[in-house]
Design a protein around this ligand. Structure first.
Ligand code: KG4
Ligand code: ZN
Length: 366
């Protein structure tokens, strides 16, 4: 059974985790920086890097202590090295390299987006608690699988042949869905980070109250577009503007909304965003089937996989399309290091080991 330390600092969470055998999470430490970025309503890269620097060493130590292991017990050190904010990535990567160099343990660079698709395979198994017996553990996904990553930076569809082999099917051509949620929350004056707040408010609203667009792009397109939905929400809240850009003058302000109107707008936005995702999932299953590799499972990951409507619609989708649906436990939806350590187990088994020249890469394309 491999014991792997994972480190994740790609955006605004400083995280470290120890995972055994690729699935059993012995510790999952996450130091969130939301308080530092709230007043800017978005992540400020320089503030993020500095906070990672302050927190990385104690976060790693806590992850080891909670798991009851020391560096000697580890089989490898894994780190999310792509994609992400370059200054943030550098902090986790430097820490991982220092540990690998000083202990002689293998270093494994992990793709953050792929790691999100692995999060649904993780099982919480803290030290001291009874370990989940083999028979009680939820089955890992079967392949081929359709993968959906929905986060603040990504809305991507993949065809997966295994946890390590994936082919891109579609991506967003403008905003990622989490980004659209965050911007919608700003429009509705819900604060930061907006996704979870909008999700909560939507549950008190009428999703049919306001008609908002579902952008499907071309007939067969598996790409996403969410910027039109965001603009439609802005106009629904503030009326059509006179003028453009910073000079635009709106008819109303979000201050004029009643609580019920605000909830109805949130529910209408949520319904449009999740409808769009579900329609694309149907298309993607059909596209994979046409290519002769009909998916046996649907794997979802990324921050928006915490969304209440997406979670319930995905379960219904699995029943309708006869697919096993794998959605991460809430603890592994947002950025975390357990998903990095978990996926690294498969990379280690496949001999995918890096050396100390491993770079931090801001973007990995699709
Ligand atoms: O995966 P993640 O932590 O970071 C990235 O890799 O981007 O995802 C963060 C995103 C944010 O945009 C946040 O608003 C969104 O996930 N999010 C949600 C919910 N919880 C988090 N969006 C909709 N509904 C939620 N419940
Ligand atoms: Zn992420």
């Amino acid at each position: 059974m491999s014991m792997i330390l994972g480190i994740e600092t790609s955006c605004d969470e400083t995280a470290a985790s120890v995972v055994e055998g690729g699935r059993l999470v012995r510790s999952n430490v996450i130091a969130s920086q939301h308080d530092l970025h709230e007043r800017y309503q978005g992540v400020v890269p320089e503030i993020a890097s500095r906070a990672h620097l302050q927190r990385i060493a104690p976060v790693i130590q806590e992850a080891l202590d909670e798991a009851g292991v020391t560096f000697t017990d580890l089989d490898a050190v894994a780190v999310g090295n792509r994609p992400g904010l370059i200054g943030s990535l550098m902090v986790g990567l430097s820490a991982a390299k220092a540990i690998a160099w000083s202990t002689g343990k293998p270093l494994i660079g992990v793709d953050h987006v792929r790691a999100h698709l692995y999060a649904a395979s993780l099982i919480s198994a803290p030290r001291g608690e009874r370990n989940t017996a083999e028979a009680e553990r939820p089955a890992p996904p079967t392949y081929p699988a359709l993968g959906l990553v929905v986060s603040g930076g990504h809305s991507n569809l993949y065809a997966l042949a295994s946890p390590l082999e994936l082919e891109p099917l579609g991506r967003t051509i403008d905003d990622a869905v989490g980004e659209a949620y965050d911007k919608a929350a700003v429009i509705l004056q819900l604060g930061y980070p907006g996704g979870p707040r909008l999700d909560k408010l939507a549950q008190q609203g009428d999703s049919t109250a306001v008609k908002l667009p579902r952008s499907l792009l071309g007939e067969d397109s598996l790409d996403f577009s969410f910027s039109g939905l965001k603009t439609a929400l802005l106009y629904a809240v503030r009326g059509h503007p006179q003028g453009r850009g910073p000079d635009a003058v709106f008819q109303r302000s979000a201050d004029d909304l009643t609580d019920q109107q605000r909830a109805d707008l949130a529910a209408s936005f949520q319904a449009a965003a999740i409808d769009t995702i579900m329609l694309k999932l149907h298309r993607a299953v059909d596209a994979m089937a046409r290519k002769g590799s009909a998916p046996k499972s649907l794997i979802i990951g990324g921050g928006v996989s915490a969304n209440s409507l997406l979670r319930s619609r995905a379960v219904a989708f699995g029943e309708e399309r006869n697919l096993a649906v794998h959605i991460p436990a809430m603890a592994y939806c947002l950025d975390n290091a357990a998903m990095v350590a978990g996926l690294a187990h498969h990379q280690l088994k496949a001999g995918q080991i890096d050396d100390l020249t491993l770079p931090a890469i801001a973007t990995t394309g699709r």
